[in-house]
Design a protein around this ligand. Structure first.
Ligand code: ATP
Length: 256
């Protein structure tokens, strides 16, 4: 197996008496889409927060590109190429899709926000922003204010903003939340087109999307990883099936 881009080693986190991350170790290899699934309250969002640096861990280590980043704050991790999208959103409604994305390109390049920029810089930013918008199917909507976009388009824009920072690892926390059936189909298609080009950690409740997108899946139950493996292995794993018993929202067997 290729050397991991992200490695979690024996991570632990408690909220009061509750072990929310319980000795979690896992590796994410370059270029894979690694889904983290598990019943409600299993600790998926908490784990994403620990990876991105929103929450400190109680014990254990986070390695990124071979470097121990456990003690680094969120913005330092972001600068190393760890991008997070969804569930925290920085879209400015009055700005167009292009302007919102260009701001992210500028932030990714390490410069601070400026209203007045030299024309050559402006052009470079806009080109990079257009490329990100096109990658998510929003090329034709570049001049539309974010506030005037549909829910699905906003999700596409959030993705473009994350891509605009040229991340080495993309953390996607429920990218399909709140999307209708058609929007879901479109977003799955877009995420599928990113497969192999980006390394992605995906938390998603929609099992159809998980099985369509993931190269590997880790299953979290009560803060513990009970299984990691290729999609088919996970689908057939009796422990995983048992963990989902009683969950009507996301049963494994209903997925085509
Ligand atoms: N800041 C907090 N303080 C105390 N308890 C918390 C906090 N954040 C989360 N929890 C608890 O930790 C557990 C794991 O929550 P988390 O949101 O990580 O789970 P999840 O797997 O993402 O759930 P869901 O699938 O419902 O989004 C839950 O029992 C939750 O109530």
């Amino acid at each position: 197996m290729a050397e991991a881009l992200l490695s979690l080693r024996n991570l632990r986190k408690r909220f009061g008496g509750l072990a929310v991350t319980d000795d979690v170790s896992l590796d994410v290899t370059p270029g894979e889409i690694h889904a983290i699934i598990g019943p409600n309250g299993a600790g998926k969002t908490t784990l994403i927060n620990e990876i991105s640096g929103v929450l400190p861990v109680d014990a254990g280590q986070v390695f990124f590109a071979g470097r121990d980043i456990t003690a680094l704050p969120l913005h330092r991790r972001a600068r190393l190429g760890l991008a997070r999208s969804f569930q925290i959103t920085s879209v400015i409604p009055a700005f167009t899709a292009l302007e919102n994305t260009a701001l992210a390109v500028q932030a990714g390049a390490g410069s601070s926000f400026r209203f007045f920029r030299p024309a050559s810089t402006e052009q470079r930013l806009n080109q990079a922003a257009m490329a990100a918008l096109e990658a998510v199917g929003l090329g034709a909507r570049a001049q539309v204010p974010a506030g005037a976009m549909s829910h699905g388009e906003k999700r596409q824009l959030e993705l473009a903003i994350a891509l605009a920072t040229e991340p080495r690892l993309l953390l996607l926390d429920e990218p399909l939340a709140g999307a209708g059936p058609e929007e879901t189909e479109r977003l799955i298609g877009i995420l599928r087109s990113l497969r192999g080009r980006y390394t992605i950690v995906l938390v998603e409740h929609d099992m159809q999307a998980v099985f369509a997108l993931a190269d590997r899946i880790s299953v979290l139950v009560y803060g513990r990883v009970i299984a990691t493996g290729a999609t088919e292995e996970i689908r057939a794993n009796p422990e995983v099936k048992a963990a989902y018993l009683g969950e009507d929202e996301m049963t494994l067997d209903h997925v085509p």
